[in-house]
Design a protein around this ligand. Structure first.
Ligand code: AMP
Length: 367
C-alpha cells in the first residue's frame, strides 16, 4: 500500500469500468465492481460482486471501497444517496440527478445561460400535440430518462406522425426538442477534483451511424480558440454548479451561429477513448485521479492528430490493426452481437494526411 492507494468500487462492470481499472492500477489503487455476472468486461479486473444477491453483494462492495464511482447515468439517485451516507460517491447524487433526466438537464442549461434546442416536457398525447405547435417541426421526441445511443427517440417531420412517435417511445414521459441544423457534432470532456482543480480536453468531432458513435477525430478540425473557450466556459459553469467531482462530458452541435448543447454525461465517455493513446493523461486516469483527490494530469495531445474508430458488432480482421504503425487496439472481451460495442481502435499521426491514410486503412470498421 502506498500512502495514496485507494480501494475504488465501481457500480457496473462493463467496458468503462474495465478501462477505469486498467488506468487506475498504475496509481497503486485496487478495484471492485458491482455488476450483472462474471462474464462482464471488468469481471476479471478486481473483486466482482454480482447483483443477483443484491443486498449482500452491494454491502460487500461498500465495505471494500474507500470511494465509489459508477459507469452509467442511469444509476439510481436514491442508491447513490444511500451509499454516500457511509462512503463517498463521485460524481455525487447531484450530478446524477441532473444528468439522468433530459428535462432537468435542459432546465439547468437554461439557468446557466448555456444555449440548447427549444424544448417542452410532455407526459401524454394531448401535450405532445400542444408541444408540436409550440416547438414546430421537424422535432425530436426523446424519453426523459434511459435513452442512449439514439434509443427512445423519434424524429417527427409531419403532424400525421405524432401518434406513431408517441407509441414508438413507449408512451412515456418525454421531451420534444426542436431539430438543430448542425454542421458537426462535437464533444468536450472536463475533469474536476475535490480541490477544485479543473482540466479540459480539446473539443473533438464525432460521427454517428444508426445512433451509435463510429468515429471521433481529436482535436476537432478548424476550431478557433474562441470556440474552445466557449465550450470550456459552459463546462466550468456546470462543474461549479453541480460541485462535480470526476469526468463530465458535454455533447454539442456546431451550427452556423455557434455552439448548441445537446446533453451531458457524468462519466467517462466513448468520445474520450482517443485519450488513452492520444493525450498526455487519459480520461480514465484523470477520472480516477479526480475521485481519489490526486492532482489531475495534463490533457494536452501527445501528437498533432488522433482518431478513434469503434469496433461494432463484429471484431473483423484485427491483425490489420496489430500490423499498423501508430494504431492501438482496445478490446473489451465481449461476444459479437449486432450493434454491440466490442472495442475500439485509436490512431495517432503527425499530419492530417497521415491520419487520413490510417483511417482509409480502417475503412472495414466504418459504416
Ligand atoms: P442524443 O441521445 O440526445 O445524444 O441523440 C442522439 C443523436 O440524435 C445525436 O447524436 C444527434 O445526431 C441526433 N440529435 C439529437 N438531438 C438532436 C436535435 N435536437 N437536432 C438534431 N439532431 C439531434
Amino acid at each position: 500500500m502506498t500512502p495514496f492507494s485507494r480501494r475504488v468500487g465501481i457500480l457496473g462492470a462493463g467496458q468503462l469500468g474495465r478501462m477505469l481499472a486498467i488506468a487506475g492500477y498504475p496509481l497503486g489503487h485496487k478495484f471492485g465492481f458491482y455488476g450483472l455476472n462474471h462474464d462482464e468486461p471488468a469481471a476479471m479486473l478486481g473483486h466482482m460482486h454480482v447483483q443477483s444477491d443484491e443486498a449482500h453483494s452491494l454491502s460487500q462492495l461498500i465495505d471494500f471501497a474507500d470511494v465509489i464511482t459508477y459507469e452509467s447515468e442511469n444509476t439510481s439517485v436514491e442508491l447513490v444517496e444511500k451509499i454516500s451516507q457511509t462512503t463517498p460517491v463521485y460524481p455525487s447524487a447531484t450530478s446524477l440527478y441532473y444528468s439522468q433526466h433530459r428535462g432537468r438537464e435542459k432546465s439547468l442549461f437554461t439557468e446557466l445561460n448555456i444555449p440548447c434546442a427549444p424544448y417542452t416536457l410532455v407526459s401524454d398525447l394531448t401535450e405532445l400535440h400542444q408541444a408540436v405547435d409550440m416547438v414546430g417541426l421537424p422535432a425530436i421526441l426523446k424519453t426523459s430518462t434511459e435513452g442512449y445511443d439514439g434509443k427512445g427517440q423519434f424524429v417527427i417531420t409531419q403532424t400525421d406522425q405524432i401518434e406513431q412517435a408517441w407509441s414508438s417511445i413507449g408512451e412515456r414521459e418525454a421531451i420534444l426538442e426542436g431539430f438543430v441544423e448542425f454542421k458537426r457534432e462535437l464533444s468536450i470532456i472536463a475533469v474536476r477534483n475535490a480541490d477544485n482543480q479543473q482540466v479540459y480536453y480539446p473539443l473533438v468531432e464525432n460521427q454517428h451511424h444508426d445512433g451509435i458513435l463510429r468515429l471521433t477525430i481529436a482535436p476537432a478540425r478548424q476550431i478557433s480558440p474562441a470556440i474552445q473557450q466557449q465550450a470550456e466556459d459552459y463546462m466550468q459553469a456546470l462543474l461549479n454548479k453541480m460541485d462535480h467531482v470526476g469526468v463530465l462530458t458535454l455533447e454539442l452541435f456546431e451550427t452556423e451561429t455557434g455552439l448548441v448543447v445537446n446533453e451531458m454525461a457524468p462519466r467517462v465517455h466513448n468520445s474520450g477513448h482517443w485519450t488513452m493513446d492520444g493525450a498526455q493523461t487519459s480520461q480514465f486516469e484523470n477520472h480516477i485521479r479526480a475521485i481519489t483527490n490526486l492532482p489531475l494530469g495534463a490533457t494536452t495531445p501527445r501528437q498533432s492528430f488522433a482518431a478513434m474508430v469503434n469496433i461494432i458488432g463484429q471484431h473483423g480482421d484485427i491483425k490489420t490493426v496489430l500490423n499498423m504503425p501508430n494504431a492501438f487496439l482496445h478490446l473489451y472481451d465481449k461476444a459479437e452481437r449486432p450493434g454491440r460495442k466490442l472495442g475500439h481502435i485509436n490512431v495517432v499521426a503527425n499530419t492530417q494526411a497521415e491520419l487520413q491514410t490510417r483511417l482509409d486503412q480502417l475503412k472495414a470498421w466504418m459504416p
